[in-house]
Design a protein around this ligand. Structure first.
Ligand code: GLN
Length: 544
C-alpha cells in the first residue's frame, strides 16, 4: 500500500510568537487523548536545524539527547511522546533539516535526479513530505502527529510550512493544522492580548496555510469574548480556539486538553468517529497520586548541567514516575559536580536520602562525582549511577577500596596505570563523532541472587545505551572479591551492564540508560526501587 491509498490522518503542530510554548506536550497530549479513545497514534518531530541529529549537540543547545530502541539520537520531545503514550518511537520519528539535505544530496550524487536542477522546492519539500508520509504507510497508525520545531516566520522553518501547504492540497481533510500561539497578559492593562496571535496566523496565511485549530498558551483563562475575537480575526470557529493554560505538571495537560475538547475538534475535522469517550482512568489515578503524596524524600542529582533542567529531562521525569508509584514526593536537589569539595561534601549531601550520579562526557566535574560516590558508599546512602555515573562508581571503588590510587577511565586519562573503564574494542578505530557510539537497545542477562535481579524479577532485560567506554573485565575478579559485583552482562559480548556493592543498602551503577524507558504507565523498576530505598533511608535517619 502506498501513502496515497492510506487512510491515516496527518496532524501538524506548528508554533508562533515565541518558542517554548509546549508544542511537544500538546502533541503528546493530543496523541494520548486519541489513544485513550482507541485510536492508534504516533508523533514525529521535524527539527529545522542543520545538524544530522542532536547526538553531537551540547546539552546547553537543546537539552538532553534522547535515545530510541533502534539507537537513534533524538530530540528530547520524543521522550515526552514515549512517556505519554507508552509506545516506542524510532529514527523515523525525528528528522532534521540536516538529514533531509543529506538524503537529497546523496540522491543527487547517485544521479537519481537525472540531470535536474536540485532545488528547495520541489526536492527538499518532497523529501520532507516523504518523511512525513512514511509513518502513514500501511495504515499502521490512524493518526500521525507531526510537530514542526522552531517558530513560524523563521527562515529555516519555511520549507516545512511549504510542505504542509502542499500536503493539505494533496490530502484534503486528512490533514489538520494546529497552530500554537501565545496570548500574553499585560498586567498594566489588566488584559489578555490577542494581537500576537493575529500576527502569527497572518504569517501562516502568507505562506498559504490557514490553521484549523489554535491552541493559545496563556497564564489567565480565555473568556468567551477573547475566544470570539481570536476566532473572528483568525478565520476559525470559536470552538477551535483552545485554551492552554499554565499548569504545574505536564501530565495534567491531557486532562486540560480533554476539557477543552482538542481531540474532539481533531476528530470532527478529520471526519473520524467521536463515539468512544477517552478512557483515562489510570492516567487520572497517576495525577491523583502525584497531587496527594503520602510522604516525601530528598534526592540529589549530581551532574554538571544542574542549572539546565532539560539536560536531565528523562531522569527527572523517571524520578517523578517512581515517586508517584511510591506515593512519595521526590524533592530534587541539583548538585553541581564541579562545586563538590571534601570540605563542603557533608553540607551538600548530608541532607539527602539518595544520590544519583548523572551520565556525561569529558573531564569536567569528574572528581566531584567520584567524591559524591565515596560519600554515598561510606555513609550507606542509596546510590544510583547511570552510565558515566556507573563508570565513576567503579573508579571510586578501585581507588578507595582496591588501593589503585590512579585508577581512571581512559576517556579522562589515557595513560592511567589502571584503566578500569576502557574503550570498547570496536570503538578504537572510530574517529567520526555522529552516531558512532554504542547506541540503542541491547539485551542484558541478570545474575541470580543480586539486587538487580530481585528488582527486575526477570533473567533477561533490554535497556538502551549511549556510550563509548565500558568496564574493563580484566579487573572484574578483584572487584568481585572485594565486594563490588557485576549483576548484569551482555549475553553475547560479556560486557558488564550493572555493578553493585554487596554490603550496602542500595548501591547500583548501570552502564545503560534506564531513564529512557520509564513511562507514566510503566515507571521504571530501578527508579522505583531507588526511591523506595531513599524513603527507607530517610525513615531510618529519623529513628536515630
Ligand atoms: N562518557 C562515557 C562514555 O562514553 C559515558 C557516557 C554517558 O554517560 N552517556 O562511555
Amino acid at each position: 500500500m502506498t501513502a496515497a491509498d492510506s487512510t491515516t490522518k496527518f496532524i501538524f503542530v506548528t508554533g508562533g510568537v515565541t518558542s517554548s510554548l509546549g508544542k511537544g506536550i500538546i502533541s503528546a497530549s493530543l496523541a494520548k487523548l486519541l489513544q485513550a479513545r482507541g485510536y492508534t497514534a504516533t508523533i514525529q518531530k521535524l527539527d529545522p536545524y542543520i545538524n544530522i541529529d542532536p547526538g553531537t549537540l551540547n546539552p546547553y543547545e537543546h537539552g538532553e539527547c534522547y535515545v530510541t530502541e533502534d539507537g537513534a539520537e533524538t530530540d528530547l520531545d520524543l521522550g515526552h511522546y514515549e512517556r505519554f503514550l507508552n509506545t516506542p518511537t524510532s529514527q523515523a520519528n525525528n528528522v532534521t533539516t540536516g538529514r533531509i539535505y543529506q538524503s537529497v544530496i546523496d540522491k543527487e550524487r547517485r544521479g537519481d535526479y537525472l540531470g535536474e536542477t536540485v532545488q528547495v522546492i520541489p526536492h527538499i519539500t518532497d523529501e520532507i513530505k516523504h518523511c512525513i508520509k512514511l509513518l502513514g504507510e500501511d495504515n499502521k497508525y490512524d493518526f500521525v502527529i507531526t510537530e514542526i520545531g522552531g517558530t513560524v516566520g523563521d527562515i529555516e522553518s519555511l520549507p516545512y510550512v511549504e510542505a504542509i501547504r502542499q500536503l493539505r492540497w494533496e490530502l484534503g481533510n486528512r490533514c489538520v493544522v494546529i497552530h500554537l500561539t501565545l496570548v500574553p497578559y499585560l498586567a498594566a492593562a489588566k488584559e489578555l492580548k490577542t494581537k500576537p496571535t493575529q500576527h502569527s496566523v497572518k504569517t501562516m496565511q502568507e505562506y498559504g496555510v490557514q490553521p484549523d485549530i489554535l491552541v493559545c498558551r496563556t497564564e489567565k483563562p480565555l473568556n468567551e469574548s477573547i475566544r470570539s475575537k481570536i476566532a473572528l480575526f483568525c478565520n476559525v470557529g470559536s470552538e477551535s480556539v483552545i485554551e492552554s493554560i499554565d499548569t504545574d505538571s505536564i501530565y495534567k495537560v491531557p486532562l486540560l486538553m480533554r476539557e477543552e475538547k482538542l481531540d474532539l475538534q481533531v476528530l470532527k475535522k478529520t471526519k473520524m468517529s467521536a463515539n468512544c469517550m477517552p478512557e483515562l482512568h489510570s492516567w487520572e489515578l497517576f495525577i491523583n497520586r502525584l497531587e496527594n503524596p503520602v510522604s516525601k524524600t530528598k534526592v540529589a542529582l549530581v551532574g554538571k548541567y544542574v542549572e539546565l533542567m532539560d539536560a536531565y529531562k528523562s531522569i527527572i521525569e523517571s524520578l517523578i514516575h517512581a515517586g508517584t508509584s511510591n506515593e512519595c514526593k521526590v524533592e530534587l536537589k541539583m548538585v553541581h559536580s564541579e562545586h563538590i569539595t571534601p570540605q563542603n561534601i557533608s553540607a551538600l549531601l548530608g541532607d539527602v536520602n539518595g544520590i544519583l550520579v548523572a551520565p556525561g562526557f569529558g573531564e569536567r566535574g569528574i572528581e566531584g562525582k567520584i567524591a559524591a560516590i565515596e560519600f554515598a558508599r561510606v555513609k550507606r546512602v542509596p546510590f544510583f549511577g547511570i552510565c558515566l555515573g556507573m563508570q565513576c562508581a567503579t573508579i571510586e571503588f578501585a581507588r578507595n577500596v582496591l588501593g589503585m590510587k590512579e585508577a581512571h577511565s581512559i576517556e579522562m586519562d589515557p595513560n592511567t596505570p589502571h584503566p578500569v573503564i576502557d574503550i570498547m574494542e570496536n570503538q578504537k578505530k572510530i574517529s567520526l563523532m555522529g552516531g558512532t557510539m554504542r547506541l540503542g537497545a541491547y539485551e542484558c542477562k541478570l545474575t541470580a541472587q543480586t539486587k538487580a535481579s530481585d528488582i527486575y524479577a526477570k533473567e533477561f532485560i533490554s535497556e538502551r545505551h549511549r556510550h563509548r567506554f565500558e568496564f574493563n573485565n580484566k579487573y572484574l575478579e578483584i572487584f568481585e572479591k572485594n565486594g563490588m559485583i557485576a549483576s548484569g552482562f551482555n549475553p553475547g559480548s560479556g560486557l558488564v551492564e550493572i555493578m553493585e556493592v554487596k554490603d550496602h543498602p542500595w548501591f547500583i551503577g548501570v552502564q545503560f540508560h534506564p531513564e529512557y524507558k520509564s513511562t507514566v504507565a510503566a515507571p521504571h523498576p530501578l527508579f522505583r526501587s531507588f526511591i523506595k530505598a531513599a524513603m527507607d533511608f530517610g525513615n531510618n535517619q529519623n529513628q536515630l
